[in-house]
Design a protein. Sequence first.
Length: 277
Amino acid sequence: MHHDAYATLRVSREAGIARVTIDNPPVNVLDVALMTDLRRLLTGLRDDDSVRVIVFDSADPDFFIAHVDMSLVDAPDAFDDLAADTPDGVNVFQALGELLRRQPQVTIVKLAGLARGGGAEFVTAADMAFAAIGRAGIGQVEALMGIVPGGGGTQYLAGRIGRNRALEVVLGAALHDARTAERYGWVNRAVPADELDDFVDRLARDIAALPEGVVGATKRAIVPDDLAEGYLREHDAWAGQVVLPAAERLIRGGLARGAQTRDGERDLEGLLRGLAG
């Protein structure tokens, strides 16, 4: 698997670990290209017994995955090809989360920058996530666009941090720092930024070096929750909001104000709140 096999990912392998670096400038939006590459990567690794751990990080120190591409408001058919290859009962964004949640390898996110919306959903769908203190930020920003998380986020959060904090995260729509995310149980651990690489590398190597069958047996024993009914509820909630005039106005207004640019994304919440009313 060569790094040039993907437009938006750099992939390398060593000693049972696949290292996947997301590289989709300017801010790693979750667009059709990145979605396609991630699906192809995860599907391609499913039956690869030589890989036991997949570590995800970003080529951009400031952004992990910004969020789903907001410019899709002008390209409603952009995901049609991916949707045609999506299992019944889930939308294309939920399907990516399901692939990640049910991957036979251990999946670890090294979160050193910002992850919002669909980016936060990706982080939460992974088996483990470790966040850099002072650098990482995670949030579900969708409410400020007039919608709700539609890629599994409502379901992951309820199981991960509890219903009360899930409501706070979704409706408060704030960016949460590494220590808060750790305290809530959203990420495994907040790690000093200069120790994050070594910490995750050590954990990945320790897992990859376990005796034959241990990783697979553990993942079969500790299975992800079945979210089928919750996904339907979430999709209905998202689909009911995304067609309303407010959502289109806020998403277009956000793009016009600088969403998906490096400057605009640093305080996306503030930018979107400025459009309210």
